[in-house]
Ligand binder design. Structure first.
Ligand code: ZN
Length: 146
């Protein structure tokens, strides 16, 4: 299966059946993000303890790419240290804007290299990551991709 086919299959799967949806009591950070260009909106709930991201949940609505990206992100960052999550954020950004495979181990997230082919979708794919980064930085402002 090509990267492109894998990309489409995973976007459809996670877009239709997102993982880690909800608002857990344990959340230590809440952050709102939106992408007015497309109408994507999400609230991210991060449970962090001793510098480790134990869990990330989200609630939101938007296009399949934004929902799938948030869903795959929650799986990818679970159990990682905050520093490792920041590296993944930088790697993800590099992947979708330059199409270059980053030095950081991205796992399944590598399929997002396909976003390169749809420049208008880059903000959809990165919304959840910008929002997570702001949450970890304790930035109280809502995230807007504009
Ligand atoms: Zn979108």
């Amino acid at each position: 299966m090509s990267l492109r086919e894998l990309y489409q299959e995973m976007i459809v799967d996670h877009g239709k059946h997102p993982r880690n949806v909800g608002k857990p009591e344990t959340a230590t950070h809440c952050q709102v993000g939106h992408n007015p260009l497309c109408g994507d909106k999400l609230c991210l709930y991060v449970t962090e303890r001793n510098g480790t991201v134990e869990n990330v949940h989200f609630e939101g609505s938007g296009c399949a790419i934004s929902v799938a990206s948030a869903s795959l992100m929650t799986e990818a960052v679970k159990g990682k240290t905050v520093d490792a999550v920041r590296d993944m954020f930088a790697g993800f950004h590099q992947l979708v804007t330059e199409g270059k495979e980053p030095a950081t181990d991205m796992g399944k997230l590598l399929i997002f290299a396909g976003v390169m082919e749809y420049p208008a979708r880059v903000k959809c794919a990165t919304l959840a990551w910008h929002t997570l980064n702001a949450a970890l930085n304790n930035d109280l402002r809502d995230v807007c991709t504009e």
